[in-house]
Write a protein that binds this ligand. Structure first.
Ligand code: DLL
Length: 434
């Protein structure tokens, strides 16, 4: 398959390290002189831009957290002057102050370049028509994917979220060949299309660019079967850029990081000690070319590992494994770490359940309880209590054997769990309120 930017995506390890070192030095010098926050942090550590000579020197630099960005709301971490900022995005779905990220014209150019790299890796060409069904607006998904698809030269249908029936109809009538949205929305769309009586043969979909939330290989297979396409992972976060920080290629052995723009590290989330790249830990990024709001060693809270080495696709950039969860939304039930994605995998390993579920954590006295509410598939739906109890027991037993956790299972009617247009929310933690 084609490669969008062979020079950058297939660099030798030495060439890349040299480029990263040069860019790191430049960005550190830039933030030192333009962001008082970083100047102070570096002065506290007794370091100056001149101390950062190669990429290995990155460990001398301070970390940055989401709290740092919030504490400097709205524009405290912005390095470029206001006159250079052409776009501002604001993070979605968080409590308190939103995270504001400003982009210069050059930043927008880099962003549309990295998304074009991703789309090319998914096999998108100028002949494709792509529906972008991430939310447009302050969320980075819609506009981020949009600019990349346009840059590549394919046609964009800026569908955004909502209005699912009209969207489904246009996918069919306009012979749309690609779709970019969250995996939860892809399933919702599949369901709506099934209700509208469409079959895979009415559609021309062949490529899906899914991300913005954790998903599993079981979910990938489910979406692929129901929509009749090949599903690829695209990862990103608004603080660093938006979608396109990393992307899968046809080999689907991890997602290639655009390392010439974002330098990744894996650290222990408790001690912040750098870990081996192949160990699961917290992913940290330094933006080495960004002008609007460059970040040094930003703690993503995402847990994953990295894979070095040349991929059979020819790209040499480091790959990240699937996000196993976040170090901050991981549920701890009676001392056991539980990631929603683990439960999802178990649910999908049984034929009677839809991948529509909510995990409800409660505290009874001092004891944590976990309830898994999950929809039964319409074809398995019955009002026979014995059968429903059997379904509940089967799932509870499997969760116990795979994740070593006792959960109660509540089987829900088909269609009764609220569908998400954007990122799915699978966790209700009522313990936090107490
Ligand atoms: O979700 C940017 C994006 C839009 C990525 C569209 C991909 C596609 P935020 O709203 O800032 O930005 O959320 C970032 O979402 O730290 C991860 O926890 C999670 N996330 C994003 N992509 C993936 C993915 C966008 N492919 C946070 N797999 C990140 C798993 C993902 N988690």
């Amino acid at each position: 398959m084609a490669i969008w930017n062979r020079t950058k995506e297939c660099m030798s390890a030495d060439e890349r390290a040299e480029l990263q070192g040069r860019r790191l030095h430049k960005i550190v010098d830039y933030v030192y002189h333009n962001t008082p926050f970083y100047r102070e942090k570096m002065q506290e550590r007794g370091i100056e831009p001149g101390d950062i000579k190669s990429i290995e020197d990155i460990v001398k630099l301070p970390f940055t957290t989401k709290k740092d960005i919030r504490d400097n709301y709205p524009f405290g971490l912005q390095a470029a002057p206001k006159s250079e900022i052409v776009r501002v995005h604001a993070s979605s779905g968080t409590t308190g102050r939103p995270t504001i990220v400003g982009y210069t014209r050059k930043d927008i150019g880099v962003w549309s370049e990295i998304v074009a790299r991703a789309m090319t890796a998914f096999g998108v060409t100028r002949e494709d028509s792509f529906s972008v069904a991430y939310g447009y607006g302050m969320f980075t998904g819609g506009l981020g994917a949009h600019y990349g698809v346009e840059n590549l030269g394919a046609t964009v249908l800026p569908a955004s979220t909502g209005n699912t029936e009209k969207h489904a109809r246009l996918i069919k009538d306009l012979a749309i060949t690609g779709i970019a949205c969250t995996p939860s929305y892809a399933l919702h769309l599949a369901e709506s299309m099934e209700k509208m009586g469409y079959t895979k043969d009415d559609l021309h979909l062949r490529i899906g660019a899914f991300g913005a939330e954790p998903w599993t290989d079981n979910m990938r297979r489910e979406i692929e079967t129901r929509l009749g396409l090949k599903a690829y992972n695209i990862y990103g976060l608004s603080e660093i850029m938006g979608p396109g920080v990393s992307y899968e290629c046809e080999c689907q052995r991890g997602s290639h990081i655009n390392e010439d723009h974002f330098y990744p590290e894996i650290v222990n989330p408790e001690t912040l000690e750098p870990l081996g790249r192949d160990v699961v830990g917290e992913l940290v990024f330094t933006t080495i070319t960004k002008e609007g709001m460059p970040l040094l060693r930003y703690r993503t809270r995402d847990l994953c590992s990295l894979m070095d080495g040349v991929c059979p696709c020819g790209r040499t950039s480091v790959r990240m494994g699937r996000i196993l969860g976040r170090s901050d939304d991981m549920l701890i039930i009676r001392g056991i770490n539980v990631f929603p994605s683990q439960i999802e995998s178990v649910i999908l390993s049984l034929p009677e359940f839809e991948p529509q579920y909510v995990l409800v954590a409660e505290r009874n006295g001092n004891l944590d309880t976990l309830q898994v509410q999950v929809e039964v598939r319409p074809e398995f739906f019955t009002d026979d209590v014995k059968t429903i109890e059997l379904f509940q027991k089967r799932l509870a037993d499997k969760i116990r054997s795979v994740i070593s956790i006792n959960a109660t299972v509540r089987v829900m009617f088909p269609g009764s769990i609220e569908r998400s247009q954007g990122k799915g929310n699978h966790v209700i933690d009522n313990r936090i309120l107490k």
